[in-house]
Ligand binder design. Structure first.
Ligand code: NDP
Ligand SMILES: O=C(CO)[C@@H](O)[C@H](O)[C@@H](O)C(=O)O
Length: 254
């Protein structure tokens, strides 16, 4: 008998773009992809933070370079991706949260959060796909969405709306681009310790809420996302598209 061969989790020879790589989940994803062999372009607005990351990754033998990028600026994003692409892999972790009771939502907050989390994410995904389509190459595009794409949360009406929207365009793009070998998926984390969640964990009653809802009994760390991003970026997930990979410790199980 011939034994089946486990598909490779390696990313050697692949070029990856990680947006939102100067901090938190994006930074961890950049390291994970580079450790798996990809040449990683790390992008965000804070150039100094990116350069520090590139320096540390290079010292550890990883291939990385920095690309300044404001994902909320659609024109600049299209131009940067056209200049530096094509990228075989996109991980978009650029994101923003401003929490407030729904009745107090300001238009400015709505536009800022939706402008990055939905419009920015949409046009960045589109820009990378455009590069792949023009080059006739397959690829794998991953947006860091959230468990808030599946559930709501107190003070989180706008944020949850943006993450639900990401799921909508992900599925539609997966349908459109599947025939070109371009896969589009999301990762949906629960609460992970990063600068973004300081506003939550600094409030004891909010921390208690999170700890109670996560069935596995602990808050997430960025390392919890690293294996999943390599899976979705690699041939190990070759038949996976249009889906949301929940990393929520069981939050959405009931
Ligand atoms: N932490 C959590 O609990 C969870 C987070 N998420 C999602 O994961 C993503 C990353 O969050 P997390 O790592 O926690 O947050 P961080 O605040 O640690 O990181 C956010 C990243 O986004 C970048 N960013 C912000 N605005 C822009 C912009 N306009 N253009 C380019 N980059 C930008 C920041 O870089 P810079 O300031 O240099 O531009 C930074 O690298 C977000 O989409 C968030 O919604 C989802 C579920 C849970
Ligand atoms: O998506 C998240 C949890 O599922 C987090 O990003 C939070 O919403 C975060 O913004 C917070 O509330 O601290």
């Amino acid at each position: 008998m011939t034994l089946p061969k486990t598909p490779s989790f390696r990313l050697d020879g692949k070029r990856a773009l990680v947006a939102g790589a100067s901090s938190g989940i994006g930074l961890a994803c950049a390291v994970a992809l580079a450790e798996a062999g990809a040449d990683v372009t790390v992008a965000a607005r804070r150039v100094e933070a990116l350069e520090e990351l590139v320096n540390e990754m290079s010292k550890a033998g990883m291939n990385a370079q920095a690309m300044p990028l404001d994902v909320a600026d659609v024109t600049a994003t299209q131009a940067a991706v056209a200049t530096h692409g094509p990228f075989d892999i996109l991980v978009n972790s650029a994101g923003l949260a401003r929490h407030a009771p729904a009745v107090d939502t300001t238009e400015e907050d709505f536009d800022a959060v939706a402008g990055l989390n939905v419009k920015g994410a949409y046009f960045l995904t589109r820009a990378v796909a455009r590069g792949l389509l023009d080059a006739g190459k397959p690829g794998t595009l991953i947006n860091i969405s959230s468990q808030m794409a599946k559930v709501g949360g107190i003070d989180r009406a706008v944020y949850a709306a943006t993450k639900h929207a990401v799921e909508g365009f992900t599925k539609s793009m997966a349908i459109e681009w599947g025939k070109h070998g371009i896969r589009v998926n999301t990762i949906c984390p629960t609460f992970i310790v990063t600068p973004l969640t300081r506003q939550t964990f600094d409030r004891p009653e909010r921390r208690a809420w999170v700890e109670e809802k996560i069935k596995l009994g602990r808050i997430g760390e960025v390392e919890d996302i690293m294996g999943a991003v390599v899976f979705l970026a690699s041939d190990a997930s070759a038949l996976v598209t249009g889906t949301a990979l929940m990393i929520d410790g069981g939050w959405t199980a009931d």
